[in-house]
Design a protein around this ligand. Structure first.
Ligand code: GLU
Length: 488
């Protein structure tokens, strides 16, 4: 048994999309294992059969693959401690629970749903603190148990929690936590359908798979005493617990609450679909709850692995800041080569531009300006179709343009550009600069009306020259003439 090797596991339930909180858990598990030369394991927790969502397992595989969180053992690659899908381990859990029953540490509970519902409503109506189940079947006689079992009355198996004393555990992030045992429910270990509960299966599996560090969201802090009482019941060594801070979103009124859809996209796939780069997302979420020792923000996965340490994890909620994510994304886009950027931008180009344009030239003017890829269609729509615009756009103080002089500029620009034998960035540039000199105006006085006429917009990616070059000579001249007619 590799008992000194660090082993972490990411144990998602395939119940839907990949929330950024889940991805952060996976990332931290990976980083903790890899920063200490350990193994990172993927285990699918699918015992809650009612919550399964088809396709969710593929989302897990695809996401981990996309962001490069390569696991050492897992359902699709196997490993020494498989199977790594809980439903395939189903037969292993019940005998473990029965062992506890034999030792007097767990018991059969035959209570019906109706009875359980009624005790819950009684408790809540009289305002009494409810630790859940009232332990009705905890002390049934052996005779009663045998007769109910032989009558095939459905049952669950519950753990017998200590009624007195308290349970304390150390969390690597939150410190020492103590819970009164009387407040801990006699939790269900095996459900009526024969499947284990998550609470039971995760302990059995973490033990069987030699997990040394259990990393999960802080919503599990309050369940940890239950898990520890199970480790105690079996006489097993407990793992190190690392609970991660809540990821919160900022509300309109300035307060924060658990990150949810009303704050914005929260799924990894949704963010990618909007045009966030996987590397930027991972980099950003690495810093949601962990603070590097060095003053640095941009990290590759490799650099994160080298820099990560558990003592840098914070317990205060981490606020998911979309502006900050935008900043990371822009940094990642700028760091790409033009070729790489063109490749990822072309699908966005093609979504609005149906004619033949030079994609690389278009990418060139956007590369330094785009923050999130889904801004692209809106920025480039004018290349496909000249929008309706008002002749007021030609008036610009800084460029010293008026309706009158814009007419002169456009007229002369059309005349000069028409004569160009070749249509390149340099030839257009020289032509328009010469024109400004000849007319004795500043360059902007020529460029502004030309750009307005070419795009119909005041804010464009790229200047007049780049836009004309991409549009081509025929389309450019057509647009400049339309501009001129608006000024007439
Ligand atoms: N299956 C649990 C979940 O998806 C895992 C919690 C844990 O890491 O133990 O939330």
């Amino acid at each position: 048994m590799p008992n000194n090797k660090v082993r972490t596991r990411y144990a998602p339930s395939p119940t839907g999309f990949m929330h950024v909180g889940n991805l952060r858990t996976a990332l931290y598990e990976y980083l903790i294992a890899k920063s200490m030369g350990g193994d990172f394991i993927l285990r699918i927790e699918d015992t809650d059969r009612e919550r399964l969502v088809s396709g969710a397992i593929d989302i897990i595989y695809n996401t981990l693959k996309t962001v490069g969180l390569k696991y050492d053992e897992g359902p699709d690659i196997g490993g020494e401690y498989g199977p790594y899908v809980q439903s395939e381990r189903k037969d292993l859990y019940k005998p473990m629970a029965e062992k506890l029953v034999k030792e007097g540490k767990a018991y059969y509970c035959f209570c019906t749903k109706e009875r359980l519902n009624s005790i819950h409503s009684e408790k809540s109506s009289n305002g009494e603190f409810s630790s859940g189940y009232d332990r009705h079947c905890r002390d049934l006689s052996q005779e009663e148990i045998d007769s109910l079992l032989s009558a095939k009355v459905p049952y669950v198996i519950r753990q017998k929690m200590p009624l007195k004393g308290s349970t304390t555990f150390e969390d690597a992030v939150y410190g020492s936590i103590t819970v009164e045992n009387s407040e801990i429910e006699d939790q269900i270990l095996i459900k009526a359908d024969g499947y284990p509960t998550y609470n039971f299966a995760n302990v059995i599996d973490d033990h069987d798979m030699h997990i040394t560090h259990v990393v999960r969201g802080c919503e599990y802090l309050s369940s940890t005493p239950k898990y520890n009482l199970l480790y105690d019941a079996f006489g097993w060594e407990k793992p190190i617990y690392i609970h991660l801070p809540l990821i919160a979103g900022k509300n309109a009124d300035g307060t924060i609450s658990k990150l949810s859809k009303r704050h914005g996209a929260t799924g990894f796939e949704d963010l990618v679909g909007m045009g966030y780069l996987p590397g930027a997302i991972v980099n950003y979420i690495a810093l949601l709850g962990w603070c590097p020792k060095e003053n640095k923000e941009i990290f590759t996965l490799k650099e994160l692995t080298n820099a990560f340490s558990i003592d840098g994890i914070s317990k205060s909620p981490a606020v998911f800041d979309y502006d900050k994510l935008n900043w990371f994304n822009a940094e990642y886009i700028r760091a790409m080569s033009l070729e790489e950027f063109t490749q990822i931008a072309v699908p966005y180009f093609k979504s609005v531009i149906k004619k033949e344009l030079d994609w690389t030239k278009l990418a060139e003017i956007l590369h330094q300006r785009v923050t999130v890829l889904n801004q692209i269609p809106e920025m480039i729509g004018f290349f496909e179709e000249l929008p309706e615009y008002d002749s007021d756009l030609f008036i610009n103080k800084k460029s010293k343009t008026t309706v009158e002089n814009s007419k002169v500029m456009l007229n002369s620009a059309i005349e000069a550009l028409e004569k160009l034998p070749e249509w390149t960035h340099d030839s257009i540039h020289n032509c328009l600069i010469d024109l400004a000199q000849r007319l004795e105006v500043k360059n902007g006085t020529v460029m502004w009306p030309v750009r307005i006429a070419a795009s119909g917009m005041t804010v464009t990616p790229g200047g007049a020259i780049e836009i004309l070059e991409i549009l081509g000579k025929t389309e450019s001249l057509k647009r400049l003439n339309i501009g001129l007619s608006k000024l007439a």
